[in-house]
Design a protein around this ligand. Sequence first.
Ligand SMILES: [Zn+2]
Length: 278
Amino acid sequence: MKLILNIAAFVTIIIFVSITLVSVHKISQSQSIQPPQITQECTTNSNGPCHNSTTSVDTPFIPDQQLDDQQRFLAAIANKIPTIPEIDTFEYTLLRAYGTVFINQALGINLPQKVILDNESETQSFQKTITIALVDGTQECYLQKTAAIALNKAKSLENIPLKSGYAGDCLRNFATNLRFWNKYANSETLTLVKTGKETKILGLVAPPGTSQHLWGLAIDLQVSTSAQRQALNENGWFQTVVSDLPHWTYLGWSENDLPKFGLQQKIIQGIKYWVTPI
Ligand SMILES: [Zn+2]
């Protein structure tokens, strides 16, 4: 009887030790399993380039050069405007007329996320996001700082006066844009532009809320020599609005780079414009 009890006790101890060993092994096994690594979202898309916030700031986006002009332009601006306007809308007309700036990727430059700023308050909200600087030799002519520095370099090479000499040549507020519009056009003109029946006016004055001057990326200048044009072009400034002779736009690229974004060269009455391909 004692022998049976001893055997039973022995078996119990063996079972207990076995269970304990298995449990310890399981715990150590579970501790050794690492949780899955959290991978960056953009690395899961192996088909295209990775556009996280770090790379988009530091590395310029150059569209696939196999695409046609229009596709390259739309690919470039898709990085800047979350919603591309639909064809034949008022916004699309304005994107065609003034949208070259959306290829700008110069450091420090801020762009609005839409083509039209609806009112003064929306204009002010955008202008609060930009850093501005004074154009050399002026009292109150401001541009986005990177654009002003580039313009000042051109002005150090050649004498390039403002068109009127007043602040209205430079960064404007919504009210000034509206005042200029009302000087040359009215609400009937706006209706015609909105319905696609009038476009020439866009080369004379921008509809309310749509001027490149609201964005601090345009300036009206007195330019008459090829040396002045060359100094401006070499510093990222180009004529982009057909028929608006004094109007210069800061694109922030060298001239050779502009076709990479689908921009097209148009020579009209001896003046070279870089325009959108849409
Ligand atoms: Zn202008």
